[in-house]
Design a protein around this ligand. Structure first.
Ligand code: KG4
Ligand code: ZN
Length: 356
């Protein structure tokens, strides 16, 4: 089976991976920069780029070594070229170009957003992808940079049917943790803190769900908005006399209720879209898909006729296995890039995916 080397540096993880035949993960190495950024409560692009530069060579060599492979065994190099932080992306992209030119191996640019969806099928998902009964797939992509619902049909057509009008869900977790002085990244610490609290204690807003008596327009049926819930938390803290007054049980209940509002909106909208588009398969992917409450709720509310696909948390957060796995499909179709391949920061329109 053909080996593809994947390289990922779009945000704060430097990652490299060797994947065989599109889904057999031979190695998956991730070097996290969390400690460097937590000082600032968020990712600083220049620091991210410098850190990527420091670790990319070692991370790649380790990925090859743990896969018992050398560059001679690699058929193509796939690398994230967007969307993401430009200074961070450029490190991985230029490194991949250098490897490609030096070893005369084809280069493939990968869309990080689509790779998150593909990551849900790593290891044992290829049969599912080949089965026509899997389609259409409805995918909720929830990360620090994205919150979107994507429909993928059996002919490979892909369409974003809903997106966030402001912040991503991951940002709503991260900003809340920052406001409550819980550290960075917010998702894991919010999840842990919420376990001790009562999720029904405080009613945080559920924007664009038709709640609070406000009619929901058809165009926003599958869209999201998280700025309201964040503002609401800000005033919740202010009314308490400042976030340092929110301690103990009060903190636990606040965090549990806040997480509940996010989980409620994400799962309800996903279910509604799955029903509307008659999708037999529902995927949840991206860093926020690590959240146990989100995974459990989705499992609970999806009717038995709809299959939930959520991968191991190591393939939900940023990794290069999803980049290498998706790269294999481009390799099979000989869709290669030349060295004019550039990095881009924003998600472009989505019309098709190569892995169907
Ligand atoms: O996919 P990812 O690693 O990077 C991006 O592409 O953005 O996602 C990172 C996001 C962060 O906002 C982080 O707080 C969130 O995923 N996250 C979680 C959890 N683990 C990571 N959010 C909620 N619960 C978690 N357990
Ligand atoms: Zn990501």
């Amino acid at each position: 089976m053909e080996l593809i080397l994947g390289i990922e540096s779009s945000c704060d993880e430097t990652a490299a991976s060797v994947v065989a035949g599109g889904c057999e993960v031979r190695s998956n190495v991730v070097s996290s920069q969390i400690a460097k950024h937590s000082l600032y409560g968020g990712v600083v692009p220049e620091i991210a780029a410098r850190e990527h530069l420091n670790s990319i060579e070692l991370v790649t060599e380790t990925a090859l070594k743990s896969a018992s492979a050398t560059m001679k065994d690699v058929r193509a190099i796939s690398v994230t070229n967007g969307p993401g932080l430009i200074p961070a992306l450029l490190v991985g992209l230029n490194y991949a170009k250098g490897l490609s030119a030096g070893h005369k191996i084809p280069l493939i640019g990968i869309n990080h957003f689509i790779a998150h969806i593909y990551g849900s099928f790593l290891e044992n998902g290829m049969d599912r992808l080949k089965n026509p009964e899997t389609y259409p797939i409805l995918s909720l992509v929830v990360s620090g940079g994205h919150t979107a619902l994507v429909m993928i049909t059996a002919d490979g057509t892909a369409k974003i049917v809903g997106t966030t009008l402001d912040d991503a869900a991951g940002e709503a977790f991260d900003k809340a943790a920052k406001l409550l002085n819980l550290g960075y990244p917010g998702g894991p610490v919010i999840e842990k803190t919420a376990k001790n609290g009562n999720p029904a204690k405080f009613a945080f807003p559920r924007s664009l769900t038709g709640a609070a008596g406000r009619a929901l327009s058809e165009k926003d049926r599958f869209n999201f908005s998280f700025s309201g819930v964040k503002t609401s938390l800000y005033y919740h803290c202010k009314n308490a006399g400042g976030s340092d007054k929110i301690q103990g049980e009060f903190l636990y209940d606040t965090v549990a209720s806040y997480q509940e509002a996010l989980v409620d909106v994400l799962t309800r909208k996903t279910l509604e879209a799955a029903e509307h588009f008659c999708a037999p398969t529902v995927v949840i992917c991206g860093g926020v898909a690590c959240n146990g409450a989100l995974r459990e709720r989705m499992k609970k509310i999806l009717p038995a006729k709809r299959q939930l696909v959520v991968s191991h948390p190591k393939y939900c957060t940023d990794n290069a296995a999803m980049i290498a796995g998706l790269g294999w499909h481009y390799y099979k179709e000989k869709k290669f890039d030349d060295y004019s391949l550039d990095a881009y920061s924003r998600m472009s329109e989505l019309s098709s995916v190569v892995f169907v």
